[in-house]
Design a protein. Structure first.
Length: 379
């Protein structure tokens, strides 16, 4: 197997060669969800590569020739410098500001089909927590979700290696070495973003279905399906499910059906519906204008949540949905254990106060550019 650092470096070079456009945070946020199901949205995935592959544009240095400058006014605020982060190494866990760690790097590729360039198999470089280092997984684009402890993988049947072994609507549960642990027969939901999601402690796997959702218990192997819910018909274009911190409730977005509908018009979010993962019953509705950005979008105490809107990421109250602070730029964000927020992409990392005020800004290592996707978790 090739050295993983060499794999990362070569992928960066190949992807960056064709990416001359300026970095666009809003565009990256809009298309982030639409590339999750690559078999249905190959064109969107290519757009993401063109957007995310470009590094930040740095300010030009002052000319060496002395020039007369006007005296600065007291109202001018000088922005803090962007500090570089150290290089990524496969032999040790890569830690980001706060208590965050990179658990996986997804390296995309492109292939030519019928004369057109489409997304090809991915390369997954995942953290082996027991060994304390990264290694390449023997899977392609069929990887759907990795458990928080990196010990279990949920695989959808569209990958070449796994598709030959299972039926269309089966989800495979494997360990990190590729050994089959279980096969789950579930009528999966095919909306964008409706991928399986592991619970915060990794003991349960949530699987969106056409009729509602199913929950897999790793301790017993039991699969409980909850059907006849309104999730399928009311879920938005980006039907991303997430677990709440308590590990007993899940949330799904609901589109605003009063807004204009159409293929070219992004769905507007009306609310987020919370369901019990134990009974399947609807618990409450939270008025929101965006989709929670993932499991770690919910604050550790469950009082607030990070949602993705058209203009960026925002903190809202987890009960009322009322905004609590400023919008934050970036494709992804998680709550840190101390209540601060980490925003990140393949080119940057930013630490925000709980109200969205920017505190620190960092430049990601050169190995992470070129359209790569990072999976980040609290340590």
């Amino acid at each position: 197997m090739r050295d993983l650092e060499e794999t990362l470096r070569d992928a960066v070079q190949d992807l960056a060669d064709d990416a001359p456009h300026a970095y666009d945070l809003a565009g990256a946020a809009r298309v982030q969800g639409r590339r999750i199901r690559r078999r249905r949205h190959a064109a969107a995935a290519l757009a993401v590569l063109a957007v995310v592959a470009v590094p930040f544009v740095w300010s030009r240095p002052e000319p060496r020739t002395p020039v007369v400058q006007p005296a600065p006014t007291p109202s001018v605020t000088v922005k803090a410098s962007i500090r570089p982060l150290p290089d990524f190494l496969v032999r040790t866990p890569y830690r980001l500001p706060g208590d965050a760690v990179v658990t996986m790097v997804t390296i995309p590729s492109t292939v030519i089909e019928d004369g057109a360039q489409v997304s090809g198999p991915n390369t997954y470089v995942a953290l082996d927590r027991d060994a304390g280092r990264y290694r390449q997984l023997p899977f392609d684009e069929s990887l759907a979700a990795m458990s928080p402890d990196s010990d279990r993988l949920a695989m959808s049947p569209d990958g070449k290696r796994f598709a030959a072994e299972v039926a269309r609507n089966e989800i495979g549960v494997l360990d990190a070495t590729g050994r089959r642990l279980d096969t789950l027969n579930v009528d999966t939901h095919d909306r964008v973003g409706a991928d399986p999601v592991w619970s915060p402690d990794g003991s349960r796997l949530l699987m969106p279905t056409d009729g509602g959702f199913a929950v897999y218990e790793t301790s017993t192997g039991e699969v409980r399906q909850f059907a006849d819910l309104d999730i399928s018909s009311l879920c938005s274009d980006f039907c991303s499910f997430s677990w709440l911190p308590n590990g007993h409730e899940i949330a799904a977005p609901r589109e605003d059906v009063s807004e204009p509908q159409g293929e070219s018009i992004p769905d507007r979010i009306e609310s987020v519906i919370v369901y019990s993962a134990d009974t399947g019953k609807r618990v409450r509705s939270i008025p929101m204008t965006g989709v929670p950005v993932g499991n770690q979008a919910w604050s550790p105490d469950g009082s607030s949540v990070l949602i993705r809107e058209e203009q960026g990421i925002r903190v809202v109250d987890a009960i009322t949905g009322i905004p609590r602070g400023k919008r934050m730029a970036g494709p992804d964000a998680i709550y840190l254990s101390d209540g601060r927020i980490l925003g990140y992409g393949s080119s940057f990392a930013q630490v925000y106060a709980p109200d969205g005020t920017l505190l620190e800004e960092y430049r990601m290592p050169r190995q992470f550019t070129g359209g790569m996707t990072l999976t980040v978790a609290r340590s």
